[in-house]
Design a protein around this ligand. Structure first.
Ligand code: SF4
Length: 386
């Protein structure tokens, strides 16, 4: 595609316009789809030659033949010193004719997925955009609840999705992994109970609400009610969790909004966009690698923050308005007494804003360019180089 291996992909200065957002540099891009085809033909040719040398007719025949691997160079390498590769390269003594490769299709059990029921009950919404309300129990064997339904909505309505909350689902129980993964706009999933890891993974415009069971006798804000890596790679939508969650909350979130009442280690890791309010304790390493988005954290302990890319600031007037709205939505969606208390007796000075340093520079440059009527793209490029 024109890459000349300058290896500056991360600096936004790629001289041949491959790895850059700079419109001037992108003009220099000379790649063509045909080049990629040719490249893969070369790879295929080389693979065939290597297979022929080894005496195999296909990749299928070569899979599992650990005996033909030339491991000596790897084992002798100083980085591998002390490593015993024997267990990995061991060839089990199996009867002749035993399959060494995958010969059976894996049955993912999708026929039994809860989403088949959700899709059937959402027919009016999928076909005609009519609002539907659904109430169902959920168990932790039900994984990625809402994802197949979301796919149906996206197939029909594309990226635009449906109007907010057209499909409103209330679940009661313990949800399995990845509740609401990739949920598009138009679907709201409300869970009364608790959830496993990856709630809202890749969230794409939908809304997920997690709150304890109505019968639960514990104070939600002191208990973990959802697992790790919530909102992993989310791009849009919202998540409200009444209670604490596990580690890596919002890792790689690029656009979703979230309110939560406590998080484990590594919250906001690698975030590039979106807005998060944490109204409870955090673990260590908050904001590691966070290059975009914003977070408001109650009573934040500064020593727990990874300051490599973020600064800590008090809330400005605009932030207070935004946070007030987030807390009000959280209180409405989850009945959270924590959010309600913060709204009844505001204490905005107890909040700290976690703000990525370079992101702030770029936002300020954009604002200035708009005020001056100058080119916004150029202002962004100039700011990101300083
Ligand atoms: S900066 Fe551009 S040319 Fe250089 S290695 Fe990265 S993609 Fe290739």
């Amino acid at each position: 595609m024109g890459c000349i291996m300058m290896r500056v992909c991360h600096l936004d200065t790629c001289p041949v316009g491959v790895a850059t957002q700079n419109p001037e540099l992108r003009k220099k891009f000379s790649g063509k789809a045909e080049y990629i085809v040719t490249f893969f033909e070369y790879i295929a040719q080389e693979v065939r030659e290597i297979l022929a040398e080894l005496g195999f007719r296909s990749l299928q025949e070569a899979i599992g033949q650990a005996g033909v691997l030339d491991t000596q160079r790897a084992v002798d390498h100083w980085k591998a010193a002390g490593l015993d590769l024997e267990p990995i390269l061991h060839q089990p003594d199996v009867p002749a004719g035993t399959a060494l490769t995958c010969t059976k299709k894996q049955d993912h059990g999708l026929d039994a997925a809860l989403d088949n029921t959700l899709i059937a009950l959402s027919e009016a919404a999928i076909a005609d955009g009519k609002p539907v309300r659904i109430e169902l129990p959920v168990r932790n064997v039900n994984r990625t609840v809402g994802t197949m339904l979301g796919a149906e909505v996206t197939r029909r309505y594309r990226g635009a999705g449906l109007p907010e909350g057209t499909i409103d689902i209330t679940l009661t129980g313990s949800a399995g992994q990845s509740l609401g993964a990739f949920l598009p706009k138009g679907i709201t999933l409300r869970l009364y109970g608790d959830a496993n890891d990856y709630v809202g993974k890749g969230l794409s415009g939908g809304r997920v609400v997690v709150r304890p069971d109505v019968e639960a006798g514990f104070p939600a804000q002191d208990n973990v009610i959802a697992g790790n890596t919530l909102l992993y790679g989310a791009t849009a939508g919202s998540l409200f969790v009444r209670g604490k969650v596990g580690e890596r909350f919002c890792v790689r979130n690029s656009g979703a909004t979230a309110v939560v009442e406590g998080v484990g280690d590594h919250a906001l890791e690698y975030m590039t966009g979106g807005r998060v309010a944490i109204v409870g304790p955090t673990g260590r390493n908050v904001g590691a690698g966070m290059s975009g988005g914003e977070a408001y954290v109650l009573d934040l302990h500064e020593v727990l923050v990874n300051r490599e890319m973020v600064d800590l600031e008090p809330l400005a007037d605009g932030d207070i308005e935004t946070l007030r709205q987030m807390l009000s939505d959280h209180a409405e969606e989850t009945g959270s007494p924590v959010a309600q208390a913060l709204l009844d007796q505001p204490a905005w000075t107890r909040f700290t804003k976690v703000m990525p340093r370079d992101y702030k520079k770029v936002l300020l440059a954009m604002e200035q360019a708009r005020r001056d009527g100058t080119d916004v793209d150029e202002a962004v490029m100039a700011a990101s180089k300083n």
